[in-house]
Design a protein around this ligand. Structure first.
Ligand SMILES: Cc1ncc(COP(=O)(O)O)c(C=O)c1O
Length: 387
């Protein structure tokens, strides 16, 4: 019996390898933001999500160490048992102050937060409407939830509008889910127009702002405020601490009612060890720096503009964020390009299906405030040779 199961797994692995879709984790010898060392070889890193360079900020590292000394390395339990320390509450209060929301709840990862958000908030009387390019954590959550699921064309308000219209006579309550910045394309929906459409159909709008928080809006408060809408107009906001804030973990923020409900019924929150308190201390410091050091966001914006200007003749996706894509189409071609860049000292992973749609394998460039103009020139020079 187990042989048959193992043979099935081996077949799937072999099939994936034959399609050039096998992925392998990379073990870093050293990380300092813009530079990484792998197998003794140093590379310019254009693949991370440490957009503001906070993962290695000395103040953040010190806060992590002091947090561990003060509160312990781990939280030792579910937040509803003994896993919530003062520093967790401080972090929730800080998020409320920063984002202007009533309550926030912490999760061990963005994946878990998205699972909790859709599995807990959507029920059998609901219809989840997700953008076609939604992150895997949202798609899986929607598929596992008791709600029905439909997908609208990427960032396409007409497509969403027709799904909402179809629903007016139906018995299901629509809930709309999108992202502030799409993780593989780097583009954004028109949030004010999307919100107006949701309001017209009385549909709650749920936003994953993993790639907008810290980078966009006043004090880095994210995509909603960057586009002039209040976070309170959303049904809830999910974002993580592992991207621009440089650490790990995540939160869902919103009204008291929504967060009270998640606290009582969110299984990913209730039945999971709370975030490490040391990590919370580091996130608090990271948020403080993110809010006060606008120069990090300005530097990132300058780097994005420089890249777009120098790479104007390359087949770039339309994006004015830190995520820039060069679509090559074929999986093998994307892998070969990534290999060639590595030989030139540039670390840039090839992104292939199922992370992106079939036939749209690409080089996904992520820019950081830490990159220098010279780094970006070198990157573009290499990309030109490939394209
Ligand atoms: C849009 C989006 N949502 C959610 C996640 C999951 O977050 P985490 O890495 O904290 O689990 C990611 C990260 O890959 C993401 O890009």
């Amino acid at each position: 019996m187990s042989e048959a199961k193992l043979a099935q797994l081996q077949y799937a692995l072999a099939e994936r390898a034959a399609k050039h879709l096998l992925r392998q984790p990379v073990t870093l010898d050293n990380y300092n933001g813009r530079l990484i060392t792998i197998n003794g070889q140093q590379y310019l890193n254009f693949s991370g999500n440490d957009y503001l360079g906070l993962a290695t900020a000395p103040e953040v590292l010190q806060a992590l160490a002091e947090g561990a000394t003060h509160y312990g390395a781990g939280s030792s339990g579910s937040p509803l048992v003994t896993g919530q320390h003062k520093v967790h509450q401080q972090l929730c209060d800080t998020l409320c102050d920063w984002l202007g929301v009533e309550r926030a709840l912490l999760f061990s990862s963005g994946f878990a937060a998205n699972q909790a958000m859709l599995l807990t908030l959507a029920d059998k009387q609901d219809l989840l409407l997700l953008d076609k390019l939604s992150h895997a954590s949202l798609i899986d959550a929607a598929l596992c939830s008791k709600a029905d699921l439909k997908r609208f064309a990427h960032n396409d308000l007409n497509s969403l509008s027709s799904l909402l219209k179809q629903q007016t006579a139906g018995a299901l309550q629509p809930m709309v889910v999108t992202e502030g910045v799409f993780s593989m394309d780097g583009d954004s929906p028109d949030l004010p127009a999307l919100l107006a459409l949701c309001q017209q159909y009385k549909a709650p709008l749920l936003l994953d702002d993993a790639h907008g928080l810290g980078v966009l809006g006043p004090e880095g408060s994210g995509s909603a405020t960057a586009q002039g809408i209040a976070i309170n107009d959303l049904f809830c906001l999910m974002a993580n601490f592992g991207k621009a804030l440089g650490i790990g973990g995540a939160f869902i923020a919103g009204s008291k009612t929504v967060i009270d409900y998640l606290e009582q019924f969110g299984r990913h929150y209730i039945y999971s060890t709370g975030l490490s308190p040391a990590l919370c201390a580091a996130v608090l410091k990271s948020i403080e720096l993110c809010r006060s050091q606008n120069w990090r966001r300005e530097q990132l914006q300058q780097n994005i503009s420089l890249f777009r200007q120098l790479a104007a003749e390359l087949p770039l996706l339309v994006s004015d964020t830190a995520i820039q894509g060069v679509v090559l189409g074929d999986n093998e071609r994307a892998l070969a390009a990534s290999k060639q860049l590595k030989l030139a000292g540039v670390w840039l992973s090839a992104i292939r299906p199922p992370t992106v749609p079939a036939g749209s394998a690409r080089l996904r460039i992520t820019l950081s405030a830490q990159h220098t103009a010279q780094d970006i020139r070198l990157l573009v020079q290499q990309l030109r040779q490939i394209a």
